[in-house]
Design a protein around this ligand. Structure first.
Ligand SMILES: NC(=O)c1ccc[n+]([C@@H]2O[C@H](COP(=O)([O-])OP(=O)(O)OC[C@H]3O[C@@H](n4cnc5c(N)ncnc54)[C@H](OP(=O)(O)O)[C@@H]3O)[C@@H](O)[C@H]2O)c1
Length: 365
């Protein structure tokens, strides 16, 4: 049994389509029965169930006995907890589309231990954010011949112009993060204000401005490193466009400003108003031109490079939809490794994840 909660949203619809393309027949769950029924009949007559974040009992009833729950109900920091709790109470396998650092932190630190008690498995942020960095980081760890001290993951986005290439839901989630804490890994999770650390990354002889973000790599890669440990993990997001002097200046000024809570609150307020003017869906033609390069680099304690893995994907929403469809399919047919909060490689095994990610459109380059 696979249940897709949030099926009527922009990402949910794309996940539902990707699941049906794989031959799956998920039950579509959400609060808007009319919208669900319309989508279900367009996709060949799927079952639907009415569920709201205020009442997830109908979802919980369906996923008992190791069912799979995929949630795209966001922003997750505000709306994500009920689906997680339903999966934990049912002992189910849970995947979601979040990219929000505070929610990811709660999944690993608060809900993971609860899931271990009930036999549930929680695989959060199983989309463009942050499967590619987990896969590239795990491959870089495997390829390194010496002890790895630090993994740096960079998500470099190309093809973004003036047109809208994110959904209103993603915009809302990003705005919500502004007043929350992000984190990094320094022999343990270390909190930092969102957007307060920017760097110029040097990759392949070019310089890219990028901002540090809390992701699942910070939890999952140290676990993969085993007893040898992994002292440092950083994840950055940036544009795949070499840094101009003005951008370099911005990299120094913006973090200093965003470290001030009053500035972050102001930017969040402006973002909340701006959200009303953002269309529900991205511009399809513009989104088709967007691509990502994900680079994971392993370093030893002296800073010498040990291994580097590069992956490339197209439209990030397409990748998210295909990954969630693959993950749900794989989990329903083969289960996952164990209960608790799991990174992608720990949940599915590195070889299966690499094959699944390739099927979903993530290629090594
Ligand atoms: N990790 C990644 O790479 C990645 C990629 C894509 C999206 N995302 C994230 O996924 C999330 C969804 O994005 P989106 O573009 O699909 O946003 P969206 O179009 O706004 O969809 C949000 C979904 O949540 C549902 N919802 C809202 N309030 C609810 C409630 N009280 N009870 C039940 N359902 C409720 C909505 O239902 P209605 O349809 O009834 O309004 C809709 O189905 C966002 O947080 C976004 O940032 C992440």
């Amino acid at each position: 049994m696979i249940v897709l909660f949030g099926a009527t949203g922009y990402t949910g619809r794309r996940v539902a389509q990707a699941m049906v393309r794989r031959g799956l027949r998920p039950t579509l769950a959400g609060r808007n029965v009319g919208g669900l029924s319309l989508l279900a009949s367009r996709l060949g007559g799927l079952d639907v169930v009415h569920a709201d974040v205020g009442d997830t009992a109908p979802v919980r009833a369906l996923i008992g006995g190791r069912g799979v729950l995929v949630s795209t109900v966001g922003p997750f920091t505000r709306l994500g907890e009920p689906a997680l709790r339903a999966a934990i109470e049912a002992g189910a396998i849970y995947l979601d589309s979040t990219g929000e650092p505070p929610f990811i932190r709660r999944v690993f630190e608060e809900f993971g231990p609860a899931a271990q008690q009930t036999g549930a498995s929680l695989i959060t942020a199983f989309g463009h954010d942050y499967v590619p960095g987990n896969l590239a980081g795990a491959l870089a760890l495997r390829d390194s011949q010496a002890k790895v001290h630090r993994i740096e993951v960079a998500y470099l986005i190309s093809g973004v112009g003036r047109e809208q290439v994110i959904s209103r839901g993603t915009f809302g989630s990003a705005v919500g993060m502004l007043t929350e804490h992000s984190f990094t890994w320094r022999n343990g999770i270390q909190l930092e204000p969102t957007g307060s650390r920017m760097r110029i990354l040097r990759i392949g002889g070019l310089e890219y401005p990028a901002v540090a973000l809390g992701a699942t790599e910070h939890y999952a890669l140290p676990q993969l490193a085993g007893p040898a440990g992994l002292p440092e993990v950083d994840v950055y997001f940036g544009r795949c466009r070499p840094a101009t002097p003005l951008v370099q200046l911005g990299c120094r000024v913006i973090p200093a400003l965003l470290a001030l809570p009053a500035v972050r609150s102001l930017v969040r307020g402006i973002g909340t108003v701006a959200q009303r003017f953002v269309a529900e869906e991205p511009d399809a033609a513009a989104l088709a031109r967007v691509s990502s390069q994900i680079v994971a680099t392993a370093y030893d304690a002296s800073g010498a490079e040990l291994a580097q893995v590069r992956l490339r994907s197209g439209d990030p929403y397409q990748l998210t939809a295909e990954l969630l469809a693959w993950g749900a399919h794989r989990a329903a047919e083969h289960g996952v490794s164990r209960p608790g909060a799991l990174g992608p490689a720990a949940a599915f095994g590195l070889d299966a994840l690499e094959a699944g990610a390739r099927e979903a459109g993530l290629r090594r380059c």
